[in-house]
Unconditional design. Structure first.
Ligand code: ATP
Ligand code: MG
Length: 573
């Protein structure tokens, strides 16, 4: 694989150091012992095209592509398309887009459905070797005879069919002679195996369904377990990484490969990523989309790659996060704040700053001459002198945040209040004199005076102000819609619900707040979808894909405050 040059950003952070974890140890060992001779290491990322990729997939992608890359190997993107009923081209397209966005490019694009002919031939081979048989039981009957963890299963009465009868029935299954669900092909292994997956697993089922690639050619489809290992083997995958729930399937993965005597791919299981306050399950995310609980797969509150991309997250931050979490052999839960920390760390270094007032309150500076205006000079990014300076207009009437004024200030409130002086960032010191209220008694305007000697926000005589607030000149301000996002769920583990409940009960009813008319400094008029900006004091924002020059829309990626350091300290103490 190679890193997608589109994503190489000159100001991107240095990628995190290569993490050490048990998978890397396996690669090192296999390299040392030349387990696969002189063959290059081969990995694959095998999504089922039944939904959009989420952050859990990002972890798998970073491992699959990242490990191959570190060892000079290759990575295939393989669509595991063995479930015709749930799969769609839309998902295939979005998955390719997301893998590339994350910064990876596959060596070969493959589909499990490319192997349907080969898998069918191998099934016949297994039947002929007496290792597979056609069972006339329904799925329900098969389940009933399967036994439990403590009791062995029972042999099916169809288990001892002759090879001829099995061949005949299987070929007729493939020809479409039987209705869905009436017969299956099963591997003949061991109904008393302590591993339930080895109790004569189903290899093929009858499904008269159109496939997004093979159309109506097939009316029998291979099961995941029968398709996956052989697909790996056909692609000469050396290290087939998957999540821990497949550990119990590994004996079956090996059994097929051994019976067929084909390339010995090895399966390695790692921990599934689970993040607090969100859900990483395509099935549940699909439900949110279908029930319109979110605006779509790319709703900026979704943990999908398309969602967090729209929210303003960067591929580099996600890769750095994945490097930091590494891989282990036990499932756990990761604080979402850790991902946010990596994102803030990058945005703090790279985002240009701008002033935007989200909830405006008008301030009139009485002693500033009417009709006068001036430009104040502001650093685009104090963290990066090379980002340069820009000029921001200042005039007699400005907007400040409603929160930055209190008519009756509570204790320790150091921002603007009657009689108090504050600094307008990069501009002047102002002192509040009086307020103007509407009929309902709400403050709608604050009358102030300014000190002309404090230009640039510098104290003229050493006198101190306790607070610096941002502002936008009213006359020059541009309007924009601003969308503020909060966690999608109120519970750190959204699946944690009482008996009879649903994860939907844990949805945060306030996860989206839309501000229709925020006031922005005029330099933002030319902001384009995808641009990332820090609104001073308010957070990291990006321009939404729906934004237009005459109707700007900004998404808040994250507020400024980083809570991860605190969580880490607490964990360490
Ligand atoms: P979901 O339950 O969300 O549908 P899945 O495992 O069925 O997930 P696939 O499309 O089959 O999704 O997954 C492709 C690859 O991504 C697999 O190797 C799978 O193990 C891995 N993967 C999926 N979810 C996670 C996760 N949360 N953490 C790490 N890897 C994951
Ligand atoms: Mg799956």
């Amino acid at each position: 694989m190679s890193t997608n040059p589109q994503n190489t950003n000159a100001s991107a952070p240095a990628e995190a150091a290569r993490p050490s974890h048990f998978i890397r140890d396996i690669f090192v060992e296999d390299q040392k012992t030349k387990k696969y001779g002189d063959a290059v290491f081969q990995t694959r990322f095998p999504p089922e095209p039944n939904g959009y990729l989420h952050l859990g997939h990002a972890k798998a992608i970073c491992l699959d592509f990242g490990m191959a890359d570190d060892f000079g190997g290759l990575t295939n993107l393989r669509f595991d398309d063995t479930n015709p009923e749930k799969e769609e081209q839309e998902y295939v397209d979005s998955i390719m887009e997301d893998v590339r966005w994350l910064g990876f490019e596959w060596d070969r694009l493959c589909y499990a459905s490319d192997y349907f002919d080969q898998l069918f031939e191998w099934a016949i081979q297994l039947i002929k070797a007496g290792k597979a048989y056609v069972d006339d039981h329904s799925a329900e009957e098969i389940r009933q005879h399967r036994g439990t963890l403590t009791e062995p299963g029972e042999n099916s009465p169809y288990r001892n069919r002759t090879v001829e009868e099995n061949l005949d029935l299987f070929l007729r299954m493939a020809k479409g002679e039987f209705p869905d669900g009436t017969r299956v092909l099963r591997a003949k292994i061991d109904m008393a195996s302590p591993n339930l997956n080895m109790r004569d697993p189903v290899m093929y089922r009858i499904l008269h369904a159109s496939h997004h690639r093979t159309g109506d050619k097939w009316c029998i489809y291979p099961m995941y377990d029968y398709a996956h290992g052989q697909s790996d083997s056909l692609e000469k995958v050396t290290h087939s990484m998957c999540t821990l729930e497949f550990a119990d399937h590994q004996p079956l993965y090996r059994w097929y490969i051994e019976q067929l005597g084909i390339f010995p791919s090895q399966q390695i299981e790692f921990d599934r990523l689970s993040l607090t306050y969100t859900l990483l399950s395509k099935r549940k995310l699909l439900q949110l989309v279908q029930e319109k609980r979110v605006s779509g797969w790319d709703d900026p509150r979704m943990p999908t790659l398309s969602g967090i991309r729209r929210r303003g997250f960067t591929a580099a931050a996600i890769r750095n996060f994945c490097a930091a979490i590494g891989a282990s052999r036990t499932n756990g839960s990761t604080d979402i704040e850790m991902l946010e920390h990596f994102q803030r760390e990058e945005l703090n270094r790279t985002s240009p700053r701008a002033m935007a007032v989200l909830r405006p309150l008008k301030v009139v500076i009485e002693n500033y001459p009417e009709g006068q205006e001036e430009l104040v000079e502001v650093a685009n990014n104090p963290e990066d002198p090379s980002a340069g300076l820009r000029q921001v207009p200042f005039s007699r009437e400005i907007y400040i945040e409603q929160d930055d004024f209190r008519e009756v200030p509570p204790p320790k409130y150091y921002r603007l209040s009657p009689g108090k002086e504050v600094r307008l960032r990069n501009a002047y010191f102002i002192t509040a004199k009086e307020v103007v209220k509407d009929a309902a008694g709400n403050v709608v305007e604050v009358r102030c005076t300014y000190d002309p000697a404090s230009r640039g926000g510098n104290s003229p005589d050493g006198r101190k102000v306790k607070s610096t607030i941002h502002w936008v000149s009213a006359k020059h301000a541009i309007s924009a819609e601003v969308r503020l996002y909060d966690k999608l769920f109120i519970n750190p583990n959204p699946s944690d619900v009482p008996e009879g409940g649903s994860f939907l009960d844990n949805l945060n009813p306030n996860s989206l707040e839309v501000i229709a008319d925020a006031k922005l400094e005029p330099s933002l008029a030319t902001a384009k979808p995808g641009d990332r900006i820090q609104f001073e004091r308010m957070g990291y924002f990006c321009v939404d894909i729906e934004s237009k020059p005459e109707a700007l829309v900004f998404n808040r990626t994250l507020p400024l405050k980083d809570t991860w350091a605190k969580i880490e300290r607490k964990a360490g103490s």
